[in-house]
Design a protein around this ligand. Structure first.
Ligand SMILES: NC(=O)c1ccc[n+]([C@@H]2O[C@H](COP(=O)([O-])OP(=O)(O)OC[C@H]3O[C@@H](n4cnc5c(N)ncnc54)[C@H](O)[C@@H]3O)[C@@H](O)[C@H]2O)c1
Length: 388
């Protein structure tokens, strides 16, 4: 490795083009080559950033001694380019999520990473959203008590499976599903929020009524080894005004987190954690300060909830400490990638820019995520509960 990371990007669609722009502007990185089976995509991106264009990633890997390969091919096509880059001796890989769409592919990738003593990071971009950092913080600090139940909905507009990839959309969506494309994000976030807890059991349903060529929805109950149960649901048949809706809520023995990650009809984006009443004012301010240090500008408040609906009022009573943020958390597709580059440059899983947030996601996180998503699909197909 010279002063900069000689980098090649494989797959130059929506995400690959973002990588080219983002990495092309990073001083530690030199994007020397790009590859896509569509020559027009390869040539367009290559011209934009001054790299060599290839239609065959194997040829690219033969011609360039890369320090870093980025793999951003469609969901079911990650194994081949990642394995080829590892066999060519590339020591660092950044791969798009999901790690794979089958456990067999995920295991093969992991075997190759370990055998080549390489490093592979998966771009689970949600981890870099400041409000997800805050969610993980309040859960890990026990500020909600013991979290016992949660609900996560991540839905796409129906224009995603129909139009997002132009004329390739139907084929793209048919090769993936909301389980691979959307629940991969959710499963990774949950594993990260609730670490070291792991999903042990899955029960799921699915259906193909609206689209036909791909399931409309996966709706699953995940049971963790900690006893935590979370319902996770992702559909892509919504005729809504937004591209994405994303809602998370977790109830603990002493508090609740409500997180509207994306706004929807009549719903503003925002994050609110009503904390355990045991959290004293000084402690509340200390947690606020700790989140400020992590780049999350949350407000701290003491309030007296007074739940009422019409003539029904249950009575709030005590003062409750809370942390909140109103608005969007400020996530982009590349939010995590800067930290992944820092990790490669510093030779660590927790670079200085990421030191408070646990290790960055590797192939092993990718394998766990793939196993859980595969269990969701198997459960939906068989109608049975599946052990992970
Ligand atoms: N991290 C995130 O938040 C996020 C968001 C959206 C998509 N993604 C993921 O990024 C990946 C790419 O998605 P996309 O939307 O950019 O798809 P895309 O179809 O726009 O891009 C994929 C590209 O790979 C190319 N390709 C296919 N087979 C190839 C091969 N053998 N060699 C070289 N190139 C090949 C295609 O021609 C296409 O240009 C997917 O796995 C997707 O789930 C991640």
């Amino acid at each position: 490795m010279g002063n900069t990371l000689a980098t090649g990007i494989i797959g130059l669609g929506i995400l690959g083009s973002e990588y080219a722009r983002f990495l092309g502007a990073r001083p530690e990185v030199r994007v020397v080559a790009v590859a896509d089976v569509r020559p027009e995509a390869a040539e367009r991106v290559a011209a934009e950033i001054g790299a060599a264009a290839y239609t065959d990633f194997r040829e690219m890997l033969r011609r360039h001694a890369l320090d870093l390969a980025v793999v951003a091919t469609p969901d079911p096509l990650h194994r081949e380019p990642t394995a080829a880059a590892l066999e060519a001796g590339v020591p660092n890989i950044i791969q798009e999520k999901p790690l794979a769409t089958t456990v067999e592919d995920a295991e093969a990738i992991c075997e190759a990473v370990e055998r080549r003593r390489a490093r592979l990071f998966v771009n689970y971009a949600n981890r870099a959203n400041p409000l997800d950092v805050a969610s993980r913080y309040v859960i890990q600090e026990g500020l909600l008590g013991r979290v016992v139940y949660g609900e996560v909905r991540l839905d796409d507009n129906i224009c995603v499976p129909r139009q997002l990839w132009g004329g390739r959309s139907q084929e793209w969506a048919a090769g993936s599903s909301t389980a691979h494309f959307l629940l991969s994000h959710v499963v990774d976030l949950l594993r990260w929020y609730f670490a070291p807890a792991e999903v042990r059991q899955v029960y799921a349903i699915s259906q193909r009524e609206a689209l036909g060529y791909t399931p409309d929805v996966y709706d699953a109950y995940l049971t963790f080894d900690s006893g935590l149960k979370v319902r996770v649901k992702a559909e892509w048949i919504k005729h809504i005004d937004e591209l994405v809706e994303f809602y998370l809520c977790f109830s603990g023995s002493e508090g609740t987190l409500v997180y509207n990650k994306r706004p929807g009809f009549g719903t503003a984006a925002g994050w609110r954690a009503n904390l355990s009443r045991k959290v004293a004012t000084g402690e509340l301010l200390r947690h606020q300060e700790a989140l400020h240090a992590r780049g999350v500008n949350v407000g701290a408040l003491l309030h007296r909830p007074d739940p009422a609906a019409g003539q029904l009022a249950a009575g709030g009573g005590e003062l409750v400490p809370a942390l909140e943020f109103r608005g969007l958390g400020g996530q982009t597709l590349m939010s995590l990638v800067g930290h992944l580059v820092d990790a490669i440059v510093e030779g660590t899983l927790t670079p200085r820019s990421w030191q408070h947030n646990g290790p960055l996601p590797t192939h092993l996180d990718g394998l766990k995520q793939t196993q859980v998503v595969a269990a969701i699909i198997r459960s939906a197909e068989t109608g049975r509960t599946v052990e992970v």
